[in-house]
Design a protein around this ligand. Structure first.
Ligand code: ZN
Length: 133
C-alpha cells in the first residue's frame, strides 16, 4: 500500500482513504494502482499516469498520454516516462516495429512493442506454461 501524502490529496481528493498497488495485471500490461475513497468506493488508475501526474503536480489533460520511452510498459522509472498527445502515441506505436514469428505458434505478426514475442495473449499464456519468457 502506498502512503497518501498532500500531493495525492490535492490531485485525487481530500477524502481519499488509501492507495493500493502498483499491481501488474497481466504480462506486458501496464501496472495499475487502486485509489480507495472509502471501503466501497474505489477507482483504478494507471500507475505510470499516477507517477506522471505526481511529477507534474496536476492531472493530465484529455489529450495527454504517458508514453514509455523505451517501449517497456513495465519500466515505470520516472526517467522513462514522457507525455505524448494521443495522436503522437498512436503514431509512435504504429511506425516502429516490423513483423516477427511468434515463438509459440510460429505465425508471423506485427510487433506492438520491441519486446513482444508472442502473437496473442493465448500464446503469451501458453509460453508462460511452457516456461518460456
Ligand atoms: Zn502465436
Amino acid at each position: 500500500m502506498l502512503k497518501i501524502d498532500d500531493l495525492d490529496k490535492k490531485l485525487y481528493g481530500y477524502h481519499l482513504a488509501k492507495i493500493y498497488g502498483p499491481y501488474n495485471q497481466t504480462y506486458e500490461a501496464r501496472e495499475i494502482i487502486v485509489l480507495y475513497y472509502s471501503d466501497k468506493v474505489k477507482r483504478t488508475l494507471s500507475y505510470p499516469k499516477y507517477l506522471m501526474e505526481r511529477k507534474l503536480g496536476r492531472l493530465l489533460e484529455q489529450n495527454e498520454t504517458v508514453d514509455h520511452i523505451d517501449e517497456a510498459s513495465i519500466n515505470n522509472n520516472i526517467e522513462n516516462l514522457q507525455i505524448l498527445s494521443r495522436e503522437d502515441n498512436i503514431r509512435k506505436s504504429q511506425s516502429k516495429y516490423g513483423n516477427i514469428d511468434c515463438l509459440v505458434c510460429n505465425k508471423s505478426f506485427k510487433q506492438k512493442y520491441s519486446y513482444s514475442k508472442y502473437c496473442s495473449n493465448k500464446c503469451r499464456y501458453k509460453a508462460r506454461e511452457l516456461g518460456l519468457h
